[in-house]
Ligand binder design. Structure first.
Ligand code: SAM
Length: 305
C-alpha cells in the first residue's frame, strides 16, 4: 500500500462497511461445508486488525480447516505465541531482502529486517511451522538478495519461496523486464548449493518445490508469470468488505455482504457461492501470456497475495 496513495488522509472504509468477525466466521463455515480445506488470513496486514486472535479462535474451531496467515512480520515477534494459542497453525512471512537498504527500497517499510527475522524465529519457536518466507524477486531491485536470503535460511527448517514479480493491481508500474523467471533463480542457487526437484505435496500446489541435495532443507518457486497455473487454481478470495473474487487479477468482486445483511439464509448463501464457483472462467495469468491487454484490476492490498 504505497504511502503516496494510502497516506494519513486516505479515507479508509468506515467500520460498518467491513465484515464483522461473526460474518466472516459464518461465511467460513459455509465455505468449509462446501469443501474448502484451507483458510489463509492475509491483507493488507492482518496483524493490524484489532483482536485478530478472536477471529483465529473461531476459525480454528471449524473442523477440517487448515488455518494459516501471511504477514509482513513487523509485529510477529510479540504476537506469535498469542496467534499460536488462538489456534493458528502456520505463518508465511514476506521478506524481500536481508539488506536494510534494499528492503526499504522494495516496500518503503519503517521497520528493519532484524524485526522480521525476530518474528520468524518467534513463530518457529512457538510451533507455527514450517515457517514459509516469501521473497518477491524484482529484477534490478532485489535480485542481488536471492543468494544472501538462500544462505541465511538454508538449514534453518524454514521454507524460502521466490515469487515472480506480478502485475497485480495497477499501482506498481509493473514491467515484464522486471520479472526474473524462476528458472533463473533456481540456476543461480543451484550453482552454489546443488538442488534437486522435489514432488509436489498435493495437486495444484502453487509453489514448485526444490530440495538442497546435501539435505539442508527445501526452497520453492512460484512462477505465476512464466508458468501460469490458472488451470489448477482452487483459490477464492474474500475481501474485508465482503466481496468475493475468483481471481487474484479480477477487476470486480461479487457482493456477499449485501446477501449477509439482507437476511439471506445459509442455503441461499451456499447456492450463491456455488454458482460463482461453478461458473468462474477467470484465467488472467494464462491470458497475460498471450499478450491480452488487461482491464483495470483490483489492488493486491484488498485481497492479499
Ligand atoms: C499482498 S501481501 C499481504 C499480506 C501481508 N501484508 C504481507 O506483507 O505479507 C501477500 C503476499 O503478496 C506478495 N506480493 C505483493 N506484491 C506482489 C507482486 N507484485 N508480485 C508478487 N507477489 C507480490 C507479498 O510479498 C506477500 O508475500
Amino acid at each position: 500500500m504505497p504511502k503516496t496513495v494510502f497516506g494519513r488522509d486516505y479515507p479508509f472504509l468506515p467500520r460498518q462497511e467491513i465484515l464483522t468477525y461473526e460474518e466472516i466466521v459464518r461465511l467460513a463455515r459455509l465455505f468449509a461445508a462446501q469443501g474448502v480445506a484451507k483458510i489463509r488470513l492475509t491483507g493488507g496486514e492482518p496483524l493490524l486488525r484489532q483482536d485478530i486472535e478472536h477471529l483465529i479462535e473461531q476459525l480454528a474451531a471449524i473442523s477440517g480447516i487448515e488455518l494459516t496467515l501471511t504477514t509482513n512480520g513487523s509485529l510477529l515477534a510479540q504476537r506469535a505465541q498469542g496467534l499460536r494459542d488462538a489456534g493458528l497453525q502456520r505463518v508465511t512471512v514476506s521478506l524481500d531482502a536481508l539488506d536494510d537498504a534494499v528492503f526499504k527500497r522494495m516496500n518503503d517499510a519503517e521497520y528493519p529486517v532484524a524485526k522480521v527475522l525476530a518474528g520468524i524465529e518467534a513463530a518457529a519457536a512457538c510451533g507455527l511451522t514450517p515457517v514459509k518466507i516469501n521473497m518477491v524477486v524484482k529484477r534490478g531491485a532485489n535480485d542481488n538478495q536471492i543468494l544472501p536470503l538462500a544462505r541465511h535460511f538454508r538449514g534453518s527448517g524454514h521454507i524460502l519461496r521466490f515469487i515472480e514479480y506480478m502485475d497485480a493491481g495497477n499501482a506498481n508500474g509493473w514491467r515484464m523486464d522486471e520479472v526474473m523467471p524462476s528458472a533463473e533463480v533456481i540456476k543461480l542457487i543451484d550453482a552454489e548449493h546443488p538442488l534437486a526437484a522435489a514432488d509436489p505435496n498435493y495437486t495444484g500446489e502453487v509453489a514448485e518445490r526444490w530440495r538442497y541435495r546435501d539435505g539442508s532443507g527445501e526452497i520453492g518457486v512460484i512462477s505465476s508469470v512464466t508458468q501460469a497455473f490458472c488451470s489448477t487454481c482452487t483459490r477464492i478470495r474474500l475481501s474485508t468488505d465482503g466481496q468475493l473474487y475468483t481471481c487474484l487479477f479480477a477487476n470486480t468482486g461479487h457482493d456477499l455482504r449485501q446477501l449477509l445483511r439482507t437476511g439471506a439464509s445459509d442455503e441461499a448463501l451456499t447456492a450463491a457461492i456455488a454458482r460463482l464457483w461453478q461458473t468462474r472462467d477467470a484465467r488472467y495469468s494464462e491470458l497475460r501470456s498471450a499478450d491480452t491487454v488487461a482491464p483495470r484490476k483490483i489492488e493486491m492490498s484488498y485481497i492479499g497475495g
